[in-house]
Design a protein around this ligand. Sequence first.
Ligand SMILES: Nc1ncnc2c1ncn2[C@@H]1O[C@H](COP(=O)(O)OP(=O)(O)OP(=O)(O)O)[C@@H](O)[C@H]1O
Ligand SMILES: [Mg+2]
Length: 317
Amino acid sequence: MNENNDTVFVKNLSIKDGDKTLVSDLSMKIEKGEIFGLVGESGSGKTLTAKSVINLLPDNLQLTADEIVTAGKSLLKISENERRRHVGNNVGYIPQNTVYYLHPMIKIKNQIGDGYIYHKKKGKDEALRKASMLLNKVGFDNPENILNFYPWQLSGGMRQRVNIAMALMNDPKLIIADEPTTALDSTVQRQVMELFSQINSELGISILLISHNLGLVRHYSNSLAVMYAGQIVESGYTKEVFSNPKHPYTQLLIKIIPSLKIKKSEPLQEIPGYVQDSGRDASGCLFIERCPYAMEICSKYAEEHEDKGHYYKCNLK
Ligand SMILES: Nc1ncnc2c1ncn2[C@@H]1O[C@H](COP(=O)(O)OP(=O)(O)OP(=O)(O)O)[C@@H](O)[C@H]1O
Ligand SMILES: [Mg+2]
């Protein structure tokens, strides 16, 4: 496999906090130009995985991996400075809590171009011209006015559009959007997702869409991975996984999607039990306590299966 053809290629990623394993043996592949959904309950490790791909893992955590390719370059083979430059030049990042992303008391025109000026070595006038064009692209008819606003003056949906414009400033190959529609009402949620979809199809930019909203991921992604307690338990093309879910966890998640209609993002409805915080490096299946089909072997071992890109980790056939 030539991993440089992929936008993201991660092999055997593990993340630890001292002795405690947070993410274990995670592999995933985001193909060029696709929308890839990463789903799973709170605490399953979605944000840490995304941060590993863009060299932003918190300093207190330790990462090991056989490979991390991001936007065509192996991050493990280059220096910290090169990593920062490569990621800054090629990846647009919309972090989970966007309320705190833009500084509320600094006018948008004084922050939207920062990454562009820094990474692309451009002047402020050029940055503002580009920002205007992109603000227009994300749906603002009056970009000059928006540039003169403070973020606190904008609604959640408008702020998210500004974040998306900002993520586009460096002509990225990949955008990582971490729960981009949480806290937006359903109409605005749909508008923001349509915008991502448009950016993906018109500009060919790959998108890593992190969400605990499976309905939304089903609608907008080409491929997806389901995370549970720091591991990927199932992945593949979205259509295939939804029509033929193999892992009991995925089956339960699909069952509790309220409806096809995209709803305001909420924590997953109850699957009895909780995602464990410890013992994530155990050799057996981590879902065993909550699984309706758990067998004795599952405490020791979980078999990995792969067929035409559809992967799952479970002892059921
Ligand atoms: N800096 C850190 N130090 C120690 N543990 C951390 C740190 N950041 C995250 N964790 C732990 O790692 C696990 C995975 O966290 P992560 O933020 O990746 O989850 P998530 O899937 O993004 O959840 P959510 O849906 O709530 O955003 C959690 O148990 C969390 O408590
Ligand atoms: Mg998160």
